[in-house]
Design a protein around this ligand. Structure first.
Ligand SMILES: [Zn+2]
Length: 230
């Protein structure tokens, strides 16, 4: 049975109003002074065909929100990141001619999943909204096959080598995808793009090409690859 987490969350919200993820003042998700200003952008992802859509630059402040979502399992932080991604999904659907959407997430390492007790991106995707119907439950799941070293402690060249050949489509997760289904590859943070490129490579091996790449946050360096708005 699926745990009806959102309904219980709504009840919790009525019983105890939420507090700002960062400063703990009463506010929905984030209080105004703590709210980063989302700025939707399309950036060139080196060695990828598709541009990457994102809206937040991953600075120390945004990192606190991501950390709360990822490591503290903060539903408010997860909801906040999902809101950013949902806005980007709405933007992406203007550029692709499809009738429904399938979301595929860049996988976490099995070590991270075991340590957290949950799949971080699943927590975010359950809050996603979309102007088109979302294909849920059935679809394609990516998995991380080898022990990838802690990404935060290696520099970018090592990082690329680190994830190479590391992801695959989980056996049994692959179902027939209708041609009118738009495929969106999602992540919460893209730093160098190596995990996203590795996800594309793994999907390509089973004949899937994502229609759009979306990440809630990107590194300042990737943000400098910003493309002219279209
Ligand atoms: Zn605050």
């Amino acid at each position: 049975m699926r745990f009806p987490s959102i309904d219980i969350w709504e009840i919790e919200q009525l019983l105890s109003p939420s507090r700002c993820i960062i400063c703990n003042r009463y506010a929905s998700e984030l209080c105004l002074p703590c709210s980063p200003t989302p700025s939707p952008m399309r950036v060139r992802l080196p060695r990828a065909k598709q541009p990457l859509l994102s809206s937040l630059i991953y600075d120390d402040h945004v990192a606190k929100i991501v950390l709360a979502a990822k490591e503290d399992n903060s539903r408010l932080a997860q909801f906040y990141l999902a809101k950013q991604i949902s806005a980007l999904v709405a933007h992406a659907t203007h550029h692709i001619d499809v009738s429904s959407l399938l979301f595929i997430s860049v996988p976490s390492t099995s070590r991270a999943i075991t340590a957290r007790g949950y799949v971080h991106m699943d927590r975010i995707t359950r809050f996603l909204t979309s102007p088109l119907p979302i294909v849920r439950g059935a679809g394609v799941t990516l998995q991380s096959d080898k022990r990838v070293r802690d990404q935060s402690k290696v520099h970018s060249l090592q990082r690329s080598a680190n994830v190479q050949g590391g992801f695959s489509v989980r056996r049994g997760s692959m179902t027939e995808i209708a041609p009118d289904v738009g495929i969106i590859l999602l992540d919460d943070v893209v730093t160098t793009g190596s995990s996203m490129r590795e996800s594309i490579r793994a999907l390509n091996t089973v004949g899937i090409e994502p229609d759009a790449l979306i990440s809630a946050c990107i590194s300042p360096r990737l943000a400098s690859n910003r493309m002219v708005p279209s």
